[in-house]
Each structure stands twice: as structure tokens, then as C-alpha cells.
Write a protein that binds this ligand. Structure first.
Ligand code: GDP
Ligand code: MG
Length: 337
């Protein structure tokens, strides 16, 4: 479903050709990061990654709605942001932004950036920041080759400061091993760009969709924290291989967290195999199951509150827009060869 958005559009800045080559669209990248209001600001890069058809773009579009309610942007500098608390809008408003859809065909490949960038001044120190939102495709995804999968994950990790790993159901051991493999790839590419903490990357958030064990670990971020402790815990008697996966993940990201979301209900997800059922659904929140709606809104407010926004760092130094552009171009080139 792709309702036009009044202030921005998705730009597929990196994609794969039939013969597995990386194709980069420099035009929109330059336009975004050389923008006079962005080039000197520090960059917060918020990214989501995971297999297709698991509600990533849908989630991001609600994030965009929150961001537009709170911040002006390069395409909408006079945004009045008058009533940010009403950010979810009316219950029948169609969802616009990154294209999301039902059905099994993929419509995001590679890396897609929202071409509008949000502008914010941190109250406590007057620092000016710019928030970029990106959508990625290709992880634990049978249609994408393992090579593309790891390239995409590595790139997403390299160029984001907040990486949301969108998973469905539960965290599986093979997904953690995959995460290690792809992060190793990214670490190798980043070479010596580790921060003062010795960790090259910033925030990793495991986002678990369709969580069905709220009695064990409650929905939201608190239940997520306890589930995270559970699945990342190095257990005695565990195989060395599995222990090292956990240690590796801890040594790669400055902060790791987790959040659990309930199933959204049949209007949103369709009824099992009968995906026809939600063909006409336009993404409005009136049709969501009540507990999903509450948890979704809470989570977005929690993830995107200004104290939680972390800036993209290289060698422990925050990147400005113009430096971020150089950095992104450099890594895109590296993966082209
Ligand atoms: P993406 O490929 O991961 O970006 O997935 P989309 O955002 O395009 O959504 C794919 C389908 O999943 C759409 O029909 C959405 O209505 C539906 N959907 C959105 N959120 C959820 C969720 O939390 N759980 C489930 N089961 N489906 C969802
Ligand atoms: Mg998508």
C-alpha cells in the first residue's frame, strides 16, 4: 500500500542488480546530506532491518508520524509541531511513507532512505542534530542470496547509529549466529573505527513482533529487557560456539536492548494464509487490536524520545552531515567492488 506522503518520499539509495552488483544513487544522498541545514548537524541514523513481510515499513511509517508531530524537517521547515501528544492522528488516517504491503512480493530492496530529514536542537546543550530514517531489506530472507543478506546487514550496521533488528516470534539461535556473521563483516569493513569503549557500533534493538508469551516476558521494553537477558545469557554447559556469539554481540554494540510487540490482529496481519482478507486495509490504527496499538505507540514514544537518540560515531567522534555523506559513499563504494 503506498499512500503519498505530503512531505517526503522513500529513496532507494542502494540496490542490487540482477548480477549481484551494488548500485548506488548518489543524487538523493547528496541532496539530503549536503543540505545547508544538515551538513553541519550531527547525524542520528535510525534504521530497521530484517526479513521481508514482517511489518518493518509499517512500523517505520508510524515512526515517521511521530517524528512529523515533534520536529520540523528540511522539506517542512515551518512545521508548527503544535500538539505532539496527538501524534497518532485520527484513527481512520491511512498510513503513508515507506511503502508497505500485504502479499508476498518484496518492495524494498537494498537500502531506502526517507528523503526528508528531521531537525532538532537538544535543549540541555543547544546541540543541533539531524535525524535520518532508513528501511532495509534482506536478512533471514530466502529470496535474497546469503551474500546480499550479509552485505545489506553489514552496510545497515555501518551507517546507522540505531539499528532495529525486526524479528518475528522468538529469537532463534541461527539468527544470532547470522547476526554475528554479518556484524563481523561490518567490523572488518569498519576496520579501526571503534569508539572509546572499543565498540564500533552504537545501539542495537531487537524488536520482536507477534510475541506470544507475555506471561513469561511482558510486552514492551521491560519484558524485552528480561527476554534479552534470557536469550543472550551465556549458560554454563553451552557450546563454545554459542558462547562466542553472545560475547561477540556484546563487544560490538555500545547498547543492546529489546522490545516485544503483540500480534496486531487480523485486520492488520490478515487471516493466516488468506492474505486476501487485508488487501483493502490502509494501515489506519482504528483497525488494530487494542493491546497492539497501545504497545506500538508506547514503544515509538520510548524509542524516539530525544534522550534516547544517539549520534553516529566513528572512532568515538560524532559525524556531521557532510562527514556522514563521505562515510556512506566510501562504504557503498567498498561494497561495490
Ligand atoms: P516489511 O516487508 O517487513 O517492510 O513488511 P510491511 O511493513 O510491508 O508489512 C507486511 C504486512 O505485515 C502488511 O500486510 C502489514 O499490515 C502486516 N503487519 C504490520 N505489522 C505487523 C505485525 O506486527 N505482525 C504481523 N503479523 N503483521 C504485521
Ligand atoms: Mg518493507
Amino acid at each position: 500500500m503506498g499512500h503519498d506522503h505530503p512531505h517526503g518520499k522513500p529513496e532507494n539509495v542502494l540496490k542490487f542488480s540482477q548480477d549481484n552488483k551494488v548500485i548506488v544513487d548518489e543524487g538523493p544522498l547528496k541532496k539530503m546530506f549536503e543540505h545547508p541545514d544538515v551538513k553541519n548537524r550531527k547525524i542520528v541514523a535510525f534504521s530497521i532491518i530484517g526479513a521481508y513481510r514482517k511489518g518493518k515499513s509499517f512500523f517505520l511509517d508510524y515512526c515517521l508520524r511521530f517524528l512529523y508531530a515533534n520536529f520540523p524537517s528540511i522539506n517542512y521547515p515551518n512545521n508548527p509541531v503544535e500538539s505532539p501528544d496527538d501524534w497518532p492522528g485520527s484513527e481512520d488516517e491511512p498510513l503513508a511513507g515507506f511503502s508497505w504491503r500485504s502479499g508476498s512480493t518484496r518492495d524494498t530492496t537494498g537500502i531506502v532512505m526517507w528523503n526528508d530529514i528531521f531537525l532538532h536542537t537538544i535543549e540541555t546543550n543547544g546541540e543541533k542534530i539531524a535525524i535520518v530514517v532508513m528501511d532495509t531489506q534482506g536478512l533471514f530472507d530466502n529470496e535474497t542470496s546469503p551474500m546480499d543478506n550479509s552485505r545489506i546487514f553489514a552496510l545497515g550496521t555501518l551507517i546507522s547509529s540505531i539499528q532495529v533488528l525486526n524479528l518475528s516470534g522468538v529469537v532463534q539461535e541461527d539468527q544470532l549466529q547470522y547476526l554475528q556473521f554479518a556484524t563481523e563483516f561490518a567490523k572488518f569493513a569498519a576496520d579501526d573505527s571503534h569508539g572509546s569503549s572499543g565498540k564500533p557500533f552504537q545501539n542495537l534493538i531487537f524488536l520482536i513482533r507477534d510475541w506470544s508469551n507475555p506471561d513469561d516476558h511482558a510486552f514492551g521494553t521491560e519484558g524485552g529487557e528480561s527476554y534479552l537477558k534470557y536469550f543472550l545469557k551465556v549458560k554454563s554447559g553451552q557450546k563454545e560456539e554459542l558462547k562466542s556469539v553472545r560475547q561477540f554481540i556484546h563487544s560490538s554494540f555500545e547498547e543492546i536492548s529489546c522490545a516485544l510487540l503483540p500480534h496486531p490482529g487480523k485486520s492488520v496481519a490478515g487471516g493466516g494464509r488468506n492474505i486476501q482478507q487485508n488487501k483493502k486495509y490502509d494501515g489506519n490504527w482504528g483497525a488494530m487490536d487494542e493491546d497492539f496499538k497501545i504497545e506500538l505507540f508506547n514503544l515509538i514514544e520510548n524509542l524516539l524520545k530525544t534522550e534516547r537518540l544517539v549520534m553516529k560515531k566513528i572512532n568515538g567522534k560524532d559525524l556531521k552531515g557532510s562527514e556522514f555523506l563521505e562515510y556512506v559513499q566510501q562504504y557503498f563504494k567498498l561494497f561495490q567492488s
